[in-house]
Design a protein around this ligand. Structure first.
Ligand SMILES: Nc1ccn([C@@H]2O[C@H](COP(=O)(O)OP(=O)(O)OC[C@H](O)CO)[C@@H](O)[C@H]2O)c(=O)n1
Length: 375
């Protein structure tokens, strides 16, 4: 044990069972830099460089089994006659990874293309138009990918019953004329905006069946969703509409150890009342040129570790490598089935010789952004 930056550091001794790469909110568009509605800088062209750097790093690492892309593959500002081209351009980068990528739908995907088209373009492993699925990357480990816009005003035809029902809900819960505005809404009610959505009743029932089956087979489950599902992990305006219904199902079982999401670009982390970890991944779109936001999750029999890739330019000198876990006291410890979860809140990559400890990495111990080598 050692202490670095006030955080306990513990050397990990065993190899992970498997690892997978994670990236969120690439939101690529071939347009000049801009800002979010609330003024955060957005680097629409640079975001694809973040992905390129990530894929290079994952391939170099050699032990990343698959990738999970947390949605918003392209941005709503992408000129609509270039939407298809832009999706293909980003998919071409994911295709350079030596393994499969699992995608999910985000609101910005649906500003560009209808959901049916996205399910096919993103090659979702479903035998229907569904955008939710699960898979077993390793015996006793199951990944569940939710469709957080199954019940939403986005992506369904205007005259579809889901569109009408979702508009009705927003009408009841959000008095603003502009349903993207959460002005006047308080606390978690701020989630009732048009750029969010929810999990529909069929999907809820499917999720219940999946978790029941996972419990029967003593599998550990990781849930992935574009939208965050715990108020402690995110701004309320980014929460899934019916996060409470989804989590009520999750909490009936003991198999779900972590939920990962995107959408809230600043990132976040919480541990909920049932010791499930919620980690919101920082957006690739909001990385200033030369910086990155991506990582990989190492899965061990008794824990998960979210790690940032180390800059290739500084192997070994003063860095806290991915073989070291930085553990805050958020570790779940052993649960009844002997499986605990440790979430790496930050892997602060220090590179004293090359001076790569940037102001970026110092801003927040919760970010897993690392400053990489120049493009
Ligand atoms: N008060 C607001 C906020 C947003 N909009 C418009 O809604 C669309 C989506 O917003 P955007 O910030 O681009 O959504 P992201 O998915 O990138 O990020 C999610 C948030 O960070 C969650 O908190 C867009 O057209 C905005 O202009 C709005 O009109 N009014």
């Amino acid at each position: 044990m050692a202490v670095a930056n006030g955080v306990l550091v513990r050397a990990s001794t065993k190899e992970p069972l498997f690892s997978f790469g994670v990236i969120a909110d690439v939101q690529y568009a071939d347009i000049p830099d801009g800002r979010s509605f609330l003024g955060a800088p957005r680097y629409y062209r640079h975001s694809i460089s973040v992905l390129q750097r990530a894929v290079r790093r994952w391939n170099e690492q050699g032990n990343i089994k698959f990738l999970i892309n947390f949605g918003d593959i392209i941005d709503g500002h992408c000129p609509k006659d270039k939407s298809l081209w832009a999706v293909h351009k980003v998919l071409d980068e994911f295709d350079k990874f030596d393994g499969p990528t699992y995608h999910m739908i985000g609101n910005h995907c649906l500003y560009n293309l209808p959901r049916r088209k996205l399910v096919s373009l993103l090659k979702m492993p479903t035998d229907s138009d569904r955008a939710y699925y699960d898979f077993l990357p390793f015996p006793e480990f199951r990944i569940v990918v939710l469709d957080a816009y199954d019940f939403s005003c986005l992506g369904w035809p205007d005259d579809h019953s889901v569109t009408a029902a979702a508009m009705k809900l927003l009408g009841e819960r959000n008095p603003n004329t502009d349903k993207n505005s959460s002005d006047g809404l308080v606390g978690v009610d701020r989630r009732f905006v048009k750029f969010n959505g929810g999990v529909g009743s069929e999907q809820l029932s499917w999720l219940n069946d999946v978790l029941q089956d996972a419990s029967t087979h003593q599998q550990t489950v990781i849930i992935c969703s574009h939208l965050p599902m715990d108020p402690g992990s995110t701004s309320p305006a980014a929460l899934m509409w019916n996060y409470d219904e989804v989590m009520a199902i999750v909490h009936q079982y003991n198999c779900v150890k972590a939920c990962f999401a995107g959408h809230d670009h600043k990132g976040g982390h919480s541990v909920d009342s049932h010791s499930v970890h919620h980690r919101i991944l920082e957006a690739a779109l909001e990385c200033p040129p030369g910086t990155s936001s991506f990582g990989h999750v190492e899965v061990y029999p008794d824990r998960l570790l979210l790690a940032a890739a180390a800059p290739a330019s500084c192997p070994g000198d003063g860095l806290i490598s991915s073989s070291v876990s930085v553990v805050r006291r958020s570790s779940v410890g052993s649960s009844a089935d002997g499986v605990g979860v440790e979430i790496l809140l930050v892997l602060l990559v220090k590179c004293s010789r090359t001076g790569i400890v940037s102001s970026h990495t110092k801003i927040s111990l919760r970010r897993f952004i690392t400053k990489g080598p120049p493009d």
